[in-house]
Structure formats: C-alpha cells, structure tokens
Design a protein around this ligand. Structure first.
Ligand SMILES: Cc1cn([C@H]2C[C@H](O)[C@@H](COP(=O)(O)OP(=O)(O)OP(=O)(O)O)O2)c(=O)[nH]c1=O
Length: 198
C-alpha cells in the first residue's frame, strides 16, 4: 500500500471529511474547471466529463506518480440539471421544484495517476416531501442551500425534507464511499481496513 498522500482535486470541505471518515487523509488542490453543460449533453455524460476535467487539472499540479481524486455532484430533475443556486430567487425556485417529487443525484468519482484514470458514476433517487412556502423561505434564509447542488444539503437542515432515498447517502453528500474505497484500492491507496483502526 502507498504511503504517498492522496491529492483531492476539490475545494469541498465535505469531500475531505468524507475521505477522513473512511481513514484516508488527503491534501487538497485548488482546481477550477468549466462547469457549463454542453448543448445536447446528458446529465450522466456531463458529470463524468466535469469529474474527468477536475482530475486532469489536479494531475497537472502534482509530481509524476501521485494519485489524485476528484468528484462532481449534480441534482437532476427530469432531464434538467439543477446546479448551485446563483441567487435567492433561483434557490427558492429549485426548492419549489423539488417539493413533493422525486429527483436523481448523480455523483461521479475519478481516481488518476499518470496515464491511468478510473471513474465511476453513482445514481441515487431522492424523494422530497411537500414543502410549504414558509419552510422554503426559512431554509433559504439559513444559508445552507447556497453552495450546494440543487440548493439543499441532505447532511444538514435539509434532512427534514427527505422522505427516503434509494442509492448512496454519501454520494448525495458528495462522494460515494463504497465505490471510492474500491477505486482507491486499485491505486494502492489504503482505507481504514489496511491502516488499522484508530
Ligand atoms: C444534493 C447535495 C449536494 N451537496 C453538495 C456536494 C458538492 O459539494 C456540491 C455540488 O457541487 P460540486 O461542483 O460537485 O462540488 P464543489 O463545487 O462543492 O467542490 P469541487 O468542485 O471543488 O469538488 O453540493 C451537499 O453537500 N449535500 C447534498 O445533499
């Protein structure tokens, strides 16, 4: 197993915490990529492409041989991708649209090392109960929706809106941990099982 640090091509504190949860320390890299959806591009292809771009941007910053991980999460309602709300009006509209309905959360994760890249796409179905207008406005005012795809956080106050999910909870938060551990193992990066319990 490798003793080199894993590089996380992500500004997301949540992704670092999710890796820490399974015993994988990492060093974060700041990478900015174009997250515009291309005309005619499906949500699945979009999430995989953005993730691949993030991991390549990360690889460009590290020494040969270093292992880099990146991920991208999109909330998809019907065929439409709901990104991070740009303002209050959009945030409220997203929550109204999600209210009382089912949507999908797509998270792609990619692990790469010079010349080799493996990735995986995880889909989770999420059902929201009906939300009142007062609740939607109060939730926006909490500040939680601002930096999150779809304008909610299942790991935070937004948990009270989620009736049920079918898929991976950690993927909705930002990183599918079962799949991530399997990908990392293929690059010799150990999780808690190989490091021993702390
Ligand atoms: C649906 C949902 C999304 N999110 C977050 C996960 C992601 O951080 C974010 C989706 O945006 P991303 O573009 O996937 O990630 P990011 O911009 O936060 O970080 P980076 O691109 O640098 O890796 O929304 C939650 O935290 N909880 C949720 O329930």
């Amino acid at each position: 197993m490798s003793t080199e640090p894993l590089y996380l091509a992500s500004a997301s504190v949540r992704r670092r915490e999710l890796l820490a949860q399974i015993g994988v320390p990492c060093q974060r890299l700041v990478c900015s990529v174009d997250e515009q959806q291309l005309a005619g591009e499906s949500a699945e292809v979009y999430v995989l492409r953005v993730t691949a771009d993030k991991v390549q941007a990360g690889l460009a910053q590290v020494a040969d041989g270093a292992v880099v991980l990146a991920a991208d999460t999109a909330v998809v309602l019907g065929e439409q991708i709901l990104g991070k709300p740009v303002d209050r009006q959009q945030g409220l509209e997203m929550l109204r649209a999600l209210s009382g309905r089912e949507h999908r959360v797509l998270t792609a994760v990619a692990v790469a090392q010079h010349g080799r890249c493996l990735s995986q796409l995880v889909e989770t179905r999420v059902w929201f109960r009906g939300l009142s207008e007062a609740e939607i406005e109060a939730y926006w005012a909490s500040g939680e929706p601002r930096d999150k795809a779809g304008g909610y956080g299942i790991q935070g106050l937004g948990a009270v809106f989620v009736e049920r999910i079918d898929g991976s909870y950690s993927a909705v938060v930002g990183l599918p941990l079962m799949e991530t551990a399997q990908l990392l193992a293929q690059f010799g990066v150990a999780c808690w099982q190989q490091r021993g319990l702390r």
